[in-house]
Design a protein around this ligand. Structure first.
Ligand code: DOR
Ligand code: ZN
Length: 351
């Protein structure tokens, strides 16, 4: 049995850092493990322009712990009005690495998202031209569709037509949760990838209802049936470079999750690599973790692979019940109070 696991320093290809005090509270957790992360733009107001992304990037750099070389990779929030020129500005900036499609109303802070992709053809064409990737929140928002079927409906109604209209557009199907999405990404032609979260690898939808309703397991897209979790495990551990790590760590203060209408999002930045190692070990595939966590995302985004390392040691320890968050609030990490079999031990370089 392996007791120490040293990997090339990983990156997180899907992360919510928020802003202000919240940003300062959560960033050290990510910076401890990951060299870089793709930063989601769903702030209020959303990060819709290169200028807003530049300012947000600076706030993230300023919030880094002393000595940290963590590099935020910025994204723009696609709207019905995103101009082709804005895409070219983003590409020329060198610090915007993707544009994010939130179907309007699909999730947290998505009200300014896209109501109809037909309105975005100018921007999408420019993205295809300059090679700017599109990150996709892949859920159909039609309220008549069962919440557990929204990802599959999105593939049929949006993803397939989108990729037919823009065959050279580089697309990342974010936080896939179903066998349908895993197989779509495996079989699709062209430049398509997918991120997979640790929580969708570790849990099925029963986790939402174990002994009562469990708001800290509620995220979007919501956890699915066991057959889907198994398909995600098969995908993540397959060695297929189309699948790579994206935590979708999404902090919300405790009282906003434990509420009448609780927010969607699991906080996993604290223990992300320990959670992924647990999932890969259960699948007897620890040897596949490095490609998934440290190589394939960088290759997809056409960025250099990192040179530093991250080491995990087998050491049982408890996940804290809560963490300090913005303005005296609390943040509950996923699986708070439960125990983890792996612990990060060595920080070498962060690049
Ligand atoms: O669970 C989620 N939380 N899913 C998302 O798509 C957004 C995220 C957030 O920003 O809280
Ligand atoms: Zn997200």
């Amino acid at each position: 049995m392996t007791d120490t696991l040293t990997l090339t320093r990983p990156d997180d290809w899907h992360l919510h850092l928020r802003d202000g005090d919240a940003l300062r509270a959560v960033l050290p957790d990510t910076a401890r493990q990951f060299a870089r992360a793709i930063i989601m733009p769903n702030l209020r107001p959303p990060v819709t322009t290169t200028d807003l992304a530049a300012a947000y990037r600076q706030r993230i750099l300023d919030a880094r712990p002393p000595g940290s070389g963590f590099e935020p990779l910025m994204t723009l929030y696609l709207t019905d009005n995103t101009a082709a020129d804005e895409i070219r500005r983003a590409q020329d900036s060198g610090f915007v690495h993707a544009v994010k499609l939130y179907p309007a109303g699909a999730t947290t802070n998505s009200d300014a998202g896209v109501t109809d992709l037909a309105r975005c053809h100018g921007a999408l064409e420019a993205m295809q031209d300059v090679g700017m990737p599109l990150c996709v929140h892949g859920e159909e928002t039609d309220p008549s569709i069962d919440v557990f079927d929204r990802e599959k409906a999105f593939i049929d109604r949006v993803m397939i037509p989108l990729r037919r209209d823009f065959p050279a557009l580089r697309v990342i199907f974010e936080h896939i949760t179903t066998r349908d999405a895993a197989h779509y990404v495996r079989d699709a032609e062209g430049d398509v990838g997918a991120t997979i979260t640790a929580h969708h690898l570790l849990y099925n939808r029963n986790a939402l209802f174990t002994g009562g309703i469990r708001p800290h397991w509620y995220c979007l897209p919501v956890l699915k049936r066991e057959i889907h979790r198994e398909a995600l495990i098969a995908a993540a551990t397959s060695g297929n470079p189309r699948y790579f790590l994206g935590t979708d760590s999404a902090p919300h203060a405790r009282h906003t999750k434990e509420a009448d209408c609780g927010c969607a999002g699991c906080y996993t930045a604290l223990h992300a690599m320990e959670l992924y190692a647990t999932a890969f070990e259960r699948a007897d595939a620890l040897d596949k973790l490095e490609g998934f966590a440290s190589f394939f995302g960088a290759d997809f985004y056409r960025l250099p692979r990192n040179t530093g390392t991250l080491t995990l040691r087998r050491e049982t320890h408890a996940i804290p019940g809560s963490l300090p968050y913005a303005e005296g609030q609390q943040l509950v990490p996923l699986a708070a109070g439960e125990s983890l079999a792996w612990r990060q031990v060595a920080d070498t370089t962060s690049s």
